[in-house]
Ligand binder design. Sequence first.
Ligand code: NAD
Ligand code: UGA
Length: 463
Amino acid sequence: MKITKICCIGAGYVGGPTMAVIAQKCPNIQVTVVDLNEARIAAWNDADVANIPIYEPGLDAIVAEARGRNLFFSTEVEKAIDEAQIIFISVNTPTKTYGKGKGMAADLKYIELCARQIARVAKDNKIVVEKSTLPVRTAEAIKSILDHTGNGVQFQILSNPEFLAEGTAVQDLLHPDRILIGGDSSEEGQKAIQALVGVYSNWVAADKILTTNVWSSELSKLTANAFLAQRISSINAMSELCEKTGADVNEVAKAIGMDSRIGPKFLKASVGFGGSCFQKDILNLVYIAKSYGLNEVADYWEQVIIMNDHQKRRFSNTIVQTLYNTVADKKITFLGWAFKKDTNDTRESAAIYVADDLVNEQAQIAVYDPKVSEKKVLADLDYLETRTSAQNKAYVASFEDPYTACKGAHSIAILTEWDEFKDYDWQKIYDSMQKPAFVFDGRNVLNAAEMRAIGFVYHAIGS
Ligand code: NAD
Ligand code: UGA
């Protein structure tokens, strides 16, 4: 089957970058990314590529190259579905906030809406690809909706989870560790798999394209995120023990990482992992395990989240305790609000929870993040519903410049590992602060000896 038209429902952090790279690498395929969010689509179509809605290093250049040639962003969802041979579903699958499974299960309402819309619109055979992260066996539900409400056309459902990480999305998409495609064992299923393999083969080597059954593919995505998050909680657990014993977590991480069976990546102790997916996907995994009665399996994975929550709370507690058990009316400057460097995404960022704890203690929070606006910072806090919007505004303000943000502060807390923080004039910052001047480095990005030589009381994670 020769693929000439692809559509992707969902122009978010996954749909946008993934389709931009497919369009760049497959100039003979027309790629249309659709979304209900008109503002988001307008931003993707902004004449100035600097204004596309997602900040990812290198993405603007790819969009500039392909947009208008074979990459299109549109709100005409039905037209795009009708024309495409392959339809990627890349909509959000957040944790449910209501009803059965509240706080644990993935909310699949957006997925179901897409399936029903595809069923209604499709007039010829389609390959429907799950790009969103989904509970194992979701393809069964999608197939049931498509087959029972469709116009008698044939649908093949593939699972093709995305493994990109934000901040490195473009590199991850251009040079993936693997592409995973799960499909049905029937002849039609195998043909659909090969059609999608054909798309990726335009730039990914054959030995990196792995094909499996649908359930293995769906479950591999949740498993990969659970293992990655588990490593962070494991090293963070050790960071607390290091602080009590005189061991240094960076040295421990290096020592264990040199064991080729363990490997050096994903062993950076931190204020806790954030991001839209780790927590959501593990909670989903826990829910699935419980729904099969596998309580020990569920408890095992839930501990990864419990440890992460503990690490965030421990960080805010350390700040309060070190500042003589009171931060009321003290200015505490947050350097970084995004959940990691090189992204403007703040979803589940540790910064939000640490700020919430400190505002409970009546601290005045000044935020500087190179890519996050004050509007976003306040919206993130409002979302927690701990207090009114007006109260959040009274305690939290954002600054355009790090030196102004730090001026007069009792303490600085580093919440994101932005590279630029290392290059600041720390002497100048020290001179402008209250004394003693405290730094709580939640990312271990600064040089402890240099900071102490300037005069800072410097606290790192895990040493
Ligand atoms: P996102 O919220 O940034 O984007 C989802 C988009 O889908 C939104 O713009 C929303 O308006 C749109 N949408 C929802 N329902 C729609 C509908 N019926 N029709 C048209 N548009 C609709 O989410 P995201 O971060 O791109 O994540 C999408 C999925 O990919 C999730 O399942 C997530 O777990 C998974 N994932 C995310 C990442 C990541 O780095 N963010 C990485 C791998 C996998
Ligand atoms: C993660 C996975 O890495 C991707 O493979 C996956 O596709 C994606 O989730 C998803 O499904 O959404 P992402 O959340 O974008 O990607 O970013 P990561 O680099 O994994 O970082 C997640 C969080 O862990 C960040 O807050 C980061 O600062 C933190 N982290 C990461 C640490 O604290 N220590 C580390 O060693 C690594």
